[in-house]
Design a protein around this ligand. Structure first.
Ligand code: PXL
Length: 273
């Protein structure tokens, strides 16, 4: 008998070998929120401890990405997907083609635009391909401060109204819902995220926990929104829960020999217990 006891959340993202970002964060977050996680790897990022933790980036061959998506979409009736780092125009084209093969209820795009290991020229091609081929397929986009400036064509985001304006402009490029993450770059004492829901801007705010960026916060937020949408949660509540998961995860952050800390996704569930 084909019964589905649990919501499925799918990710198409890159591996970040230390576990602090990307695919690993997506699966951990899905699991913490009670979803069955599955995914396709688009690239492998290995930080270089002998070179200031620079990103060593290796794309996965397009056919292997297509094969992974074929396997997962054949095994399950998936309707909710998160898209993380794609990193190469060929990857973007492959993922766009695969996505178009079936209907999706929720396509959550975390528009990862810049990876330190990439050539600037290639990064520009990647940005353009993402904007042209993936953004129109997304139902939700979750740009960070820099990604929002780039996609919205705004120089800076100085006020909450600017965050809302950026979200609205990006929504015009495809996704009905846009969550702009202010993060540490947004001025002031609070970590502010703004959801444009197609008709109004909803502001989510929590006091900043320090002023250092914590790795995996953006991935965790988008993955948590994905997991909640997969369970059928309404977008405003999904973003609220995602923000709570990230805030708890930053409070309980994990440090290592890296110059940055990472989010502990398990903190949210232990707080609820
Ligand atoms: O946080 C952005 C991100 C996403 N995906 C992968 C990454 C990173 C940042 O390092 O490596 C695979």
């Amino acid at each position: 008998m084909r019964t589905k006891m649990v919501a499925f959340a799918y990710t198409i993202a890159g591996s970040e070998a230390t576990g602090g970002a990307g695919f690993q964060v997506d699966l951990k977050t899905f699991h913490q929120l009670g979803c069955y996680g599955a995914g396709a790897l688009t690239c492998i990022v290995s930080f270089d401890p002998n070179n200031h933790w620079a990103h060593r980036f290796v794309p996965v061959a397009p056919q292997i990405i297509a094969d992974q998506i074929e396997a997962a979409t054949a095994a399950q009736d998936l309707d909710t997907v998160k898209i993380g780092m794609l990193g190469h125009p060929d990857t973007i084209h492959t993922v766009a083609t695969a996505l178009k093969k079936q209907p999706w209820k929720n396509v959550v795009l975390d528009p990862v635009l810049i990876c330190k290991g990439q050539e600037p020229g290639q990064a520009l091609d990647t940005d353009n391909a993402l904007r042209e081929e993936i953004l129109p397929l997304a139902t939700v986009a979750t740009p960070n401060y820099f990604e929002a400036c780039t996609l919205a064509g705004m120089e800076k985001l100085a006020t909450v109204e600017d965050l809302a304006e950026a979200a609205k402009r990006i929504s015009a490029l495809g996704p009905k819902y846009v969550v702009v993450k202010g993060g540490t770059e947004f001025p002031g004492p609070d970590a502010i995220d703004v959801l444009w829901d197609g008709s109004e801007a909803i502001v989510y705010s929590a006091p900043k926990i320090g002023n250092e960026r914590v790795s995996g916060a953006g991935c965790s937020l988008a993955a948590a929104i994905t997991a909640e949408l997969a369970k059928g949660t309404e977008i405003r509540i999904a973003v609220k829960i995602a923000k709570e998961l990230v805030t708890a995860g930053i409070q309980a952050r994990v440090s290592g020999h890296t110059p940055f800390d990472t989010v502990w996704q398990g903190a949210y569930a232990s707080k609820q217990a």
